[in-house]
Design a binder for this molecule. Structure first.
Ligand code: N01
Length: 554
């Protein structure tokens, strides 16, 4: 492989690889490609590293994975792993951002990152065998490899409520929060949405605001996070056992080293089941979903038991019966939408200054200059917080104007839903690699574990191409068809497609309904990817730029 892309004009900056995004994925990709000796440029839209953790600065923002597993493993740096200690069970956004800045500086990554650089288009030039990038500010660059590290939840979604621009007060989307913070003291605030974000933000906003109206369309099964300062002996014990724990996480279903017991809730007597539920509830966190029973996603009857248990807890926690009934989900099974972790959310509804509104029974009709109108009632507020989520998994990719061979736009190719090979590549787009792309485990996992696996697989492929003097990698159409069919089959065996959620694209009008992440599990996915690599990247057509026929792949 000729390492540096050749450009005709000579004016465009040239690199071996361009990475888009400087969050967890982009940072590890940069590090991994550098180790192979490639010249790399990372383009990052923000003014700093962090991705999700750069943008989502809303009050209460923190990770829902336990911090000790929400970081790079020793594959990034043994030194960082031993030097860094989290202060809380679930780290808050400022601490995670500090961590990513620490990693960036420690690994000297900053010098290859261009900040405030939004990729406006990325077009493959078949003649030259490289990707031409145009930035929003007019800058251009070319590279043999294009790797997207744009995150799954980075294109914000604000519903097009009539009158939205007429509001005279302050409006915020949680995914693009002002860096200087927002002081809600004494203000009347509308929070629209009740997903994982709102569940974190509402208790914090309620501490300051004169009144908070929470506009709920669909209630969620919120699990107690039971956040607390991290005991130093716990952190030390985890560090001491790190290799084992990370290996477990890599082989697990969801990227967490939990003890999953293969059993169904329906095989247990009600009292036994209750004891198992209570223990997980007391522990807090995703143990409720992952360590109690293993068939919630495929067995409705089993799921009914846990769903009812959580509803019971909500009724216990929220004093006003009408409010607790409204908060108790009945329209979908547990974990068929991402269950938020709550640290004070339900309790917030016991405050006098928090009111829950039913935006399902009476939808929001318009935003007025003074506030939010539902039916005949206008709620006058000083600030509106849109906790309305994201155009997940494809929004940011489509926003980059990716165009592959023969002028094929990614947006057009995926018009009826994503089509990928392993979620990492897509036919018609040579040398385009997607980190945590659709049809990979991505958001159905603890992200750092999936990110490391994706990045290492991509870096392994690039290394293979260097060794074998190959220029381009692109999945064969048949390999892609087989992966999509497998992905769809696994998805269809679960309850996930039956629930409206952003996992299936239901939150964006017109978005194709399909399960966007792969639900086959982090461990099995890893094995599949490894087998593909072991067979000389089976399913990919690997070519030399100057050859017309595919080069032998083995
Ligand atoms: O977004 P969401 P989010 N009228 O799409 C409502 C991750 N995350 O930002 O459910 C009224 O879940 C919508 O209602 P409905 C995590 O993976 C991670 O909260 O569609 N309401 C819903 O209540 C999470 O799943 C962490 O009926 C409208 C809300 O807006 C993902 O991010 C922390 C509406 C959107 O909820 C997204 O969470 C936080 C309308 N027209 C988030 N349109 C960590 O672990 C939308 N809604 C760090």
């Amino acid at each position: 492989m000729r390492r540096t892309a050749q450009t005709g004009s000579g004016r465009s900056a040239e690199f071996d690889a361009i990475v888009v995004g400087a969050g967890f994925s982009g940072l590890f990709m940069l590090h991994s490609l550098r180790k192979l000796g490639l010249t790399v440029r990372v383009y990052e839209q923000g003014a700093g590293v962090g991705g999700t953790w750069y943008w989502n600065r809303y009050p209460g923002a923190r990770c829902d994975s336990e911090s000790v597993y929400y970081m790079f493993s020793d594959h990034m740096s043994e030194e960082i792993l031993s030097e860094w200690t989290w202060s809380e069970r679930y780290a808050a956004q400022p601490e995670i951002l500090r961590y990513l800045e620490f990693v960036t500086d420690k690994m000297d990554l900053r010098r290859d990152i261009q900040f405030n650089a939004r990729v406006a288009s990325a077009v493959y030039d078949s003649g030259r065998g490289c990707w031409d990038i145009r930035l929003a500010d007019g800058g251009t660059a070319s590279a043999r490899f294009l790797i997207t590290a744009v995150g799954c939840l980075s294109a914000t979604n604000t519903p097009s409520f009539p009158g939205i621009d007429t509001f005279a007060g302050e409006s915020y989307h949680t995914g693009a929060w002002p860096h200087e913070g927002v002081d809600f003291t004494g203000k009347r605030v509308a929070v629209i949405g009740t997903g994982a974000t709102a569940v974190q933000a509402v208790p914090e906003i309620a501490k300051q605001a004169a009144h908070v109206w929470v506009f709920q369309r669909t209630p969620n099964y919120d699990i107690p996070g039971r956040n607390r300062p991290l005991a130093s002996d716990y952190a030390t014990a985890v560090k001491a056992d790190y290799k084992n724990l990370w290996q477990k996480a890599r082989e697990s279903g969801f990227g967490l080293p939990y003890q999953v017991v293969e059993r169904s809730a329906v095989d247990y007597a009600p009292e036994e089941r209750q004891a198992i539920f209570e223990a997980a509830w007391a522990k807090g966190g995703f143990y409720m979903g992952l360590e109690t029973f293993s068939d919630y996603l495929v067995n409705k009857e089993s799921n009914d038991t846990v769903s009812e248990f959580v509803r019971g807890k909500i009724r216990e926690m929220v004093k006003d019966p009408a409010t607790s009934e409204l908060l108790a989900p009945k329209d979908h099974p547990f974990f068929t939408k991402r269950p938020p972790l709550e640290n004070g959310y339900y309790e917030a509804f016991n405050r006098d200054n928090v009111t829950l509104l039913d935006a399902r029974a009476t939808p929001i009709e318009e935003i007025t200059p003074r506030g939010v109108r539902m039916g005949e009632h206008e709620y006058e507020v000083d600030a509106i917080v849109y906790a309305t989520g994201f155009d997940a998994m494809t929004g940011a990719l489509f926003g980059m104007g990716i165009t592959g061979r023969d002028g094929l736009r990614l947006r057009d190719k995926w018009r009826d839903g994503p089509r990928t090979y392993l979620g990492l590549t897509t036919h018609g787009f040579p040398n385009l690699f997607l980190i945590t792309g659709p049809q990979s485990p991505s958001v159905l996992s603890n992200m750092p574990v999936s990110i490391e696996q994706n990045v290492e697989w991509i870096a392994g492929l690039v290394q293979y191409m260097l060794i074998h003097d190959l220029d381009a990698a692109e999945p064969a159409r048949e390999a892609e068809d087989t992966w999509v069919a497998h992905h769809d089959e696994v998805a269809a065996a679960t309850l996930l497609l039956g629930t409206d959620s952003w996992w299936v694209g239901a939150n964006i009008p017109g978005k194709p309904r399909t399960l966007y992440p792969y639900v086959g599990g982090v461990g099995p996915f890893r094995v599949i990817c490894q087998e593909v690599a072991d067979k000389g990247y089976e399913g990919l057509v690997l070519t030399r730029h100057d050859a017309t026929a595919p080069a032998p792949a083995g």
